[in-house]
Ligand binder design. Structure first.
Ligand code: HEM
Length: 478
């Protein structure tokens, strides 16, 4: 029917199964793109997989031809766990469109402005927690994203000791991430395994799916019901949940959309902030330059807000560099082609899994010199303003086309607020050994899950001076 895109030679029967990496899919697939070009074809146990390794290819197929590339691959685990109420997994069609529209309306740039006060309050709470117990920074960051999403979505205030809500959020994100990682469950490649009993070797996925199915529906219901209970007791706080209901959406839809926000939103932004902390500990000069800019524009007597972003090009560039340096979703979320298509003379067969290697885009040396180095300057012109000629990572790390991340504006606003506030008040540095010598921070940044988190690491976080300490303490009263 046509010439398939180039790729490693397949083995009989299993095809390219051995070429499908188990770890850091972004890096391994980039290796294939360097060898075969920006469209690579793999056949994995009968399934066509197409890897797009350049921005141009991604824009051409995912955006210009988005009608053909907006479906999601069929997933055995999503079916077994009934998880397609999380509309990230929904097939392209009317139901997905209804969910997407409801979601999208809540995260338009005009709505994101309305969430600023909550984001600010939660960020100030994070600063106070970092002051009190800096060694628990990782917990505080996770907690703060769970808190801001809970508040905006359900109108519920997450108090410091509330571990239940926090755990629910973590569990929801964990299961969703696991299921959306290609290659994670063997049954996806061998659907005949569906017919083997759960107690036989290899049948464990059935038990796991059964458990997750119950767990995840219970989490969704618990989040929703506890928000309703709180409203009964404390009165109604406007939230996405109340607005969806007021807009006439049925309860099922409101429940599903709100839990999706939680599942897709909290952990992704959290991974970016961990990467930010790591980058600051490793690159003190960058940190100092951002602090000098914040001192000049914001001054020592108040904390930065989103309104300051335009006047803080270096800090803004720093946040862009965080998104580029640590790509949270290295291979995005897989799309599926609906019909046969042709690109650069190659056939892309109907039903192919199509992956954009966002990690490869972030390592494009023609665009970013020394891509492994954390360097916000790469986004700036000589006059210190943002350089529109350098590709902005926000044009690809949030995906492409009709499935592009609908939480993009909210995530960017959260990231800016958190990074600027921490930079303005704290100094982040590597941990020291017994002799007081800074330890080298060699942290593995690429997990093999769909959402990539830097491995656990330690660092020191201390207030910049006594004035900043007071500034942070003062936020408790406001
Ligand atoms: C740093 C933060 C974030 C990153 C890097 C990120 C990245 C992504 C990516 C790569 C996709 C797949 C797009 C595609 O299929 O081409 C996606 C989808 C999605 N994201 Fe995000 N995201 C982030 C934050 C958020 C937040 C805060 C929310 C919610 C408030 C959110 C909600 C969603 C949803 C619901 C989808 C599925 C869209 C669909 O299938 O139609 N994300 N995100």
């Amino acid at each position: 029917k046509g010439r398939l895109p180039p790729g490693p030679r397949p083995l009989p029967v299993v095809g390219n199964v051995l070429d499908f990496p188990r770890k850091h899919l972004g890096r391994e697939f980039r290796g294939l793109s360097l060898q075969y070009g920006d469209v690579v074809y793999l056949r994995v146990l009968g399934q066509s997989v197409v890897i797009l390794g350049s921005y141009e290819a991604a824009c051409e197929l995912m955006e210009k031809r988005s009608a053909n590339y907006s479906d999601r691959p069929h997933s055995v685990m999503v079916n077994l766990t009934n998880l397609d109420w999380i509309f990230v997994f929904k097939n392209y069609g009317l139901e997905w469109r209804r969910y997407r529209r409801a979601f999208h309306n809540q995260f338009l740039p005009t709505m994101v402005v309305r969430y600023q006060a909550i984001q600010q309050e939660v960020t100030h709470n994070l600063l106070r927690n970092l002051l009190e117990a800096p060694e628990r920074f990782s917990y505080h960051i996770k907690f703060s994203f769970a808190a801001s999403i809970l508040r905006i979505t359900y109108g519920v205030n997450l108090t410091q000791g509330d571990t239940t809500h926090h755990k629910l959020a973590q569990e929801l994100a964990h299961i969703a991430e696991d299921i959306s990682t290609p290659g994670q469950h063997v049954v996806e490649a061998f659907p005949f395994m569906l017919h083997i009993p759960s107690w036989t070797p290899g049948g464990g996925f059935k038990k796991l799916a059964e458990r997750w199915k119950k767990e995840i529906a219970a989490i969704r219901d618990q989040l929703y019901d506890s928000a309703k209970e709180t409203m009964d007791k404390q009165g109604v706080h406007e939230s996405i949940m109340t607005r969806l209901t007021a807009a006439g959406e049925d309860e099922e839809m409101a429940k599903n959309v709100t839990a999706t926000i939680y599942a897709a939103g909290a952990d992704t932004t959290n991974a970016s902030v961990h990467a930010f902390i790591l980058a600051m500990a490793k690159y003190p000069k960058v940190q100092e330059r951002a602090q000098a800019e914040l001192d000049a524009v914001v001054g020592p007597d108040r904390l930065p807000g989103l309104d300051d972003r335009a006047a803080l090009p270096y800090t803004h560039a720093l946040v862009k560099e965080v998104l580029r340096w640590h790509v949270v979703a290295p291979i995005g979320v897989p799309h599926r082609s609906v019909e046969d298509d042709e690109y650069k003379g190659y056939l892309i067969p109907a039903g192919s899994i199509v992956l954009v290697n966002q990690w490869a885009l972030s390592r494009d040396e023609t665009m970013y010199a020394e891509p492994e180095v954390f360097e916000p300057e790469r986004f700036l012109r000589d006059d210190g303003r943002l350089n529109p000629e350098v590709r902005d990572p926000t044009t690809y790390v949030f995906g492409f086309g009709r499935r592009i991340c609908p939480g993009k504006h909210f995530a960017e606003a959260s990231l800016f607020m958190v990074c600027a506030s921490i930079l303005h008040t704290f100094i982040i540095s590597p941990p020291v050994d017994e002799a007081g010598v800074p330890r080298k921070l060699d942290v593995n940044m690429g997990s093999n899950l769909a959402v990539s988190h830097p491995d656990r690491f330690d660092c020191r976080i201390v207030p910049r001076d006594a004035r900043r300490r007071e500034l942070i303490r003062g936020t408790a009263a406001s």
